[in-house]
Design a protein around this ligand. Structure first.
Ligand code: GLU
Length: 406
């Protein structure tokens, strides 16, 4: 028994020791194993963090928009310029269609903004270029040239260029207009055609009449042709006092008399129409009447470029009001500028003083100008479409245009 317990005791003690030793060794194994695992996990974690960091850094560099996006507390800087009715400034207090539209867009996209005023469109555009402003809104036309270096929103307003002149004074004398009419290309063309026909008919009549015994025309060429020309002119003016005696001469005389009646009718109608139109609209009615005239517009505007392209002498002023003044003081003969701006002036301060003539010279649309790849373009476009769809755009349009034009 004791032997057994001894023999049993030894292995028990040994096994216990072994067990203890084994546990110790297994604890050591797990410890080592755990430490190795931890190190591996931290390496994986570090690699993942480095990867995520790298991707973020790449995105920030690849998308300048993201890098540019100001922190929420920084208001967006919005460049603008006074151009009624799109932008008015009353002691620094801005209003107008474009101002209201921007405020609605800013509310839609949830950004704070601050307006900065510039005195011309070229100045406004260079402020965007030099990152002094995040975007620009006024009456800025979307052009191919500007699109090369900037981004534009969807169009915010459709317009185009048009001509404005002084309203004719009712007491103005018709005499200068008649002189102008006589030197107009249309009338000179009609006179030229009449002279050619007179000479042609005179020759036919002289040929048929010269051998006739009782003929009205002399046989020799120069006196004969002179007389025939006189007869053809008088008949054209329905004032003939003599008639050819030969058969061919008479046939020609009948046809020529009818041509004379038509000619007098056409001539009278054209002169009357031209004088009436001149009386109502003055001598500037379209772009063709502008060469040789002084035309005022704003500096660096699309209208100035258009006039130069058409070789029309242009007087560029910073503010559109200065162009209106130049027209009133007769320093300029016409103003060529954006039709919505001119129409607004003609219906308000310029009422009774100016008139818009001719059709739109070139269609243009206004847009919000942004630096290339601006992160604001998409939210702005989204907001613009929302404002059009929910009727806000239309109510702003009615507020600034329909109501005031009456
Ligand atoms: N639509 C014209 C432009 O963009 C306006 C110029 C101006 O505001 O003077 O050139």
């Amino acid at each position: 028994m004791s032997n057994e317990s001894t023999t049993r005791g030894v292995p028990i003690a040994t096994r216990f020791r072994q067990l203890i030793a084994g546990r110790k060794s297994s604890i050591g194994y797990f410890d080592r194993h755990n430490r190795k695992n931890k190190t591996r996990r931290s390496i994986v974690l570090c690699t993942c963090l480095a990867l995520v960091g790298g991707i973020l850094a790449f995105l920030l560099i690849a998308s300048p928009g993201l890098a540019q996006k100001p922190k929420p507390q920084q208001p967006l800087l919005v460049a603008t310029r006074v151009i009624p009715p799109f932008v008015f400034s009353n002691k620094g207090e801005l209003s107008g269609f474009s101002i209201d539209l921007w405020r609605s867009i800013a509310t839609q996209i949830g950004v704070e903004s601050k307006f900065i005023e510039y005195s011309s469109v070229p100045e406004l555009i260079s402020a965007i270029k030099d990152s002094k402003a995040n975007l620009g809104i006024a009456a800025i036309s979307i052009t191919a040239e500007r699109e090369q270096n900037f981004d534009f929103s969807l169009p915010i307003f459709a317009g185009g260029l048009q001509i404005m002149v002084r309203k004719l004074e009712s007491k103005s004398s018709a005499f200068p207009n008649i002189l102008q009419l006589f030197f107009s290309t249309g009338l000179l063309q009609v006179i030229g055609i009449a002279i050619v026909l007179i000479v042609l008919v005179a020759h036919i009549v002289w040929l048929s009449e010269r051998n006739h015994t009782e003929g009205m025309i002399s046989q020799s060429y120069f006196p004969g042709i002179f007389k025939a020309c006189w007869w053809a002119s008088a008949t054209l003016a329905t004032q003939a006092d003599e008639m050819p005696k030969g058969a061919l001469g008479r046939l020609i005389a009948v046809v020529w008399m009818f041509i004379g009646v038509l000619f007098v009718a056409y001539f009278t109608a054209s002169v009357t129409t031209s004088l009436t139109v001149q009386q109502l609209q003055g001598d500037i009615r379209s772009i063709d009447d502008l060469p040789g005239k002084v035309v005022a517009t704003t500096a660096g505007s699309t209208a100035a470029t258009y006039l130069r392209e058409h070789h029309i002498s242009v007087s560029e002023v910073p503010k559109i009001e200065e162009a209106y003044n130049a027209l009133q003081t007769k320093e300029a003969d016409a103003v060529v500028f954006d039709a919505p701006v001119l129409l607004y002036y003609a219906a308000n301060e310029g009422k009774g003083k100016v008139q818009i003539v001719g059709t739109i010279l070139r269609e243009e649309s206004y847009g919000i100008i942004l630096p290339n790849n601006s992160p604001y373009r998409k939210p702005i476009n989204q907001a613009l479409l929302n404002l059009r769809e929910n009727g806000t755009y239309q109510s702003l349009y009615d507020k600034w245009f329909s109501a005031k034009e009456s």
